[in-house]
Design a protein. Structure first.
Length: 198
């Protein structure tokens, strides 16, 4: 589908989101989370044993599948909150560069793999400034871009992920945004001023 079939091709003079960002990373590969279930056990001081009724005591691992899921959810919430890609992603995003200097969401340390104009034609004559994020300066008008991020998670954000995963572990069913005060305090220092996802 051409972007121009959804929106008029004339520039509005403002930067706006049309669609996305959508994570189109290959489904086949497992995402390697920045923190492990073992990291969570240590952080939460989860110790104890389970009795399997046969061999006696075993390490406490009953909740490991839940913990793994909570770690993923916590990392995703912190990515949305900060605007950073904390693990490797392939993103597709469509927007209008009406005023220039359009910052692409989740594009920290990213590389563009495909850029299309509003007619859906692949173009190579675009201009990007790369400071911490990819900033599209030209051309003006509607575009669709695909880019890859290697993922980078500073140690402090790993602590934020663990804090949020622990909050979700202790408050199951109450997960909306980021709930852990410690996670918010840490993540807010990494939060970008852009309002891509608002």
């Amino acid at each position: 589908m051409k972007l121009s079939s959804l929106y008029p091709s004339e520039s509005t003079g403002v930067n706006r989101k049309i669609d996305g960002p959508v994570d189109i990373s290959p489904e086949s590969g497992e995402v390697e989370e920045p923190v492990s279930v073992a990291d969570f056990h240590n952080y939460a001081r989860l110790m104890g044993f389970e009795n399997d009724g046969e061999s006696g005591e075993l390490d406490f691992t009953s909740d490991d599948a839940i913990i793994s899921s909570l770690i993923t959810g916590a990392r995703q919430a912190i990515e949305v909150y900060t605007g950073l890609s904390l693990v490797a992603h392939t993103w597709r995003f469509a927007g209008e560069n009406g005023a220039g200097d359009y910052t692409l969401p989740f594009s920290n340390q990213a590389e563009i793999t495909e850029f299309k104009n509003c007619q859906g034609e692949i173009i190579t004559d675009f201009t990007i400034r790369n400071v911490h994020f990819l900033v599209l300066t030209a051309p003006l008008g509607e575009f669709q871009v695909t880019y890859e991020t290697p993922g980078y998670c500073p140690e402090r954000l790993k602590t934020a992920i663990l804090a949020e995963a622990l909050y979700r572990y202790e408050n199951r069913g109450d997960e909306k945004g980021i709930g852990a005060t410690e996670a918010i305090a840490i993540a807010s220092t990494f939060k970008q001023v852009h309002t891509w996802l608002a």
